[in-house]
Design a protein around this ligand. Structure first.
Ligand SMILES: C[S@@+](CC[C@H](N)C(=O)[O-])C[C@H]1O[C@@H](n2cnc3c(N)ncnc32)[C@H](O)[C@@H]1O
Length: 398
């Protein structure tokens, strides 16, 4: 711990760091790029590997830039502030392909054939985050946690947040230590600040500012979104992902669709428009406030049925299906759900994934059940961070 090592950085790895070797041991190094020579301080020693943070770049890579954020390096919110946006997308594409072969155990030739690239969303690498979760430091100042640490790095302004989020009365105030703050500014301009406090092991949430439910606009409609419910954080993501998913699934008039982990109804609205009045869309969602919002948001679409419950419980009751869209949380769908989906025998399954590692594991399960990952699109819906959103199409292998 604390030693400074001179390293030749080899390749990128999942998690927002790169891999180097020191006396035969793997070192996961942050704030560097493949091909660089750096001095890096050891931050963690494990039996199989070390972690280190770059302290000096001796030979910079072509994609290196000066981080635009003054908190870069200390704040754990971003991973690639020091990489040009095109380089960030290349690193993410390599990571997605590597996870599919390493974690998903897909045939490398099949993964090569997918030609994974990460597509840029409009708006640039800063000013995009419409939702920020702040931790509160001991002195009451909001900020973001340092990487793999509980330490809070107080910030006056987070440059990846939208200007509207930055202007909300949050970072200029002092808050109760040990609380967390959810800060939202919606595409319709509605503000919301929720304060989450842990009381005897339970999280108690109160509205500190703004409204309890914001309005978002996407796929030509308006959606009511409870401030605590899920909505894509990049303003261009809802339309981009809905377009990509519909393009891959190509739902036909009259078809029956499932929208699993459906949130407040984004994809169901798009699916309902595609299958028309003779089709059927079943949305399944477990969050109570999200289910109520979805029922309201989709109330004018007679093809849509909203089912409250956990996907793994509800699936056996849903009947027949032609196409499935699933958008699970970071943990992925898991073996039980993937097996049930394959058993339901739809003609196609579109998987929207915010964690490519979970997607890779589930892709491996699909492959073992005779399903093929036929198309994969990936989007840079989280610039400056290691995160990437994937839209994958699975079809039964011939
Ligand atoms: C990544 S979000 C996707 C929401 C929606 N598809 C969208 O794009 O706005 C995942 C959603 O799944 C819900 N969820 C998590 N676990 C679930 C489960 N086991 N069954 C049903 N819904 C679940 C969450 O409440 C959340 O709304």
């Amino acid at each position: 711990m604390g030693d400074v090592l001179r390293l030749a950085v080899e390749r990128v790895a999942h998690g927002g760091h790169c891999v180097a070797r020191y006396e035969g041991r793997v070192v996961f190094v942050r704030h560097t790029l493949p091909g660089e020579r750096v001095d890096a301080r050891v931050t963690e020693v494990r039996s199989g590997f070390l972690r280190a943070d770059t302290v000096e770049v001796l030979t910079p890579a072509a994609g290196r830039v000066t981080p635009p954020c003054p908190y870069a390096g200390d704040c754990g919110g971003c991973d690639w502030q020091h990489a040009a946006p095109a380089t960030q997308r290349e690193l993410k594409a390599v990571t997605v392909a590597e996870l599919l072969t390493r974690l998903g155990r897909l045939d490398p030739a099949e993964v090569d054939a997918l030609g994974v690239t990460v597509e840029e969303l409009p708006g640039g690498p800063l000013d995009w985050r419409t939702r920020v979760r702040y931790a509160v430091a001991r002195d009451g100042r909001p900020g973001l946690r340092a990487h793999r640490s509980h330490r809070v790095v107080a910030v006056d302004a987070c440059p990846i947040a939208t200007p509207a989020v930055r202007e909300l009365p949050v970072t200029d105030r002092r808050w109760h230590p040990r609380t967390e703050l959810s800060v939202v500014s919606s595409s319709a301009g509605d503000p919301a600040v929720l304060e989450h406090r842990s009381v005897r092991g339970r999280t108690v949430t109160r509205r500190a500012y703004g409204v309890g439910e914001v309005v978002e606009r996407a796929v030509g409609r308006e959606f009511r979104v409870p401030a605590e419910a899920f909505w894509q954080v990049h303003p261009a993501a809802p339309d981009t992902l809905a377009d990509a998913a519909l393009d891959l699934l190509a739902p036909r008039p009259g078809e029956r669709c499932w929208d699993l982990y459906g949130g407040v109804g984004l994809f169901s609205a798009a699916l309902a428009a595609a299958v028309g009045p003779d089709g059927a869309v079943t949305l399944v969602e477990s969050g109570r406030s999200a289910v109520a919002a979805a029922a309201h948001n989709l109330g004018d679409l007679p093809a849509v049925r909203t089912v409250a419950g956990r996907v793994e419980r509800v699936l056996p009751t849903l009947g027949d299906v032609d196409v499935v869209l699933l958008d699970p949380p970071r943990s992925g769908a898991g073996r039980e759900v993937v097996t049930a989906l394959a058993g339901a025998a739809p003609r196609a399954i579109c998987y929207v994934a915010c964690d490519p590692a979970a997607l890779a594991r589930d892709a491996g399960t699909f492959a073992g059940l005779g399903w093929r990952l036929t198309t994969l699109r990936a989007f840079d819906a989280f610039p400056m961070t290691q995160h990437v959103e994937c839209v994958a199409l699975f079809t039964p292998a011939d």
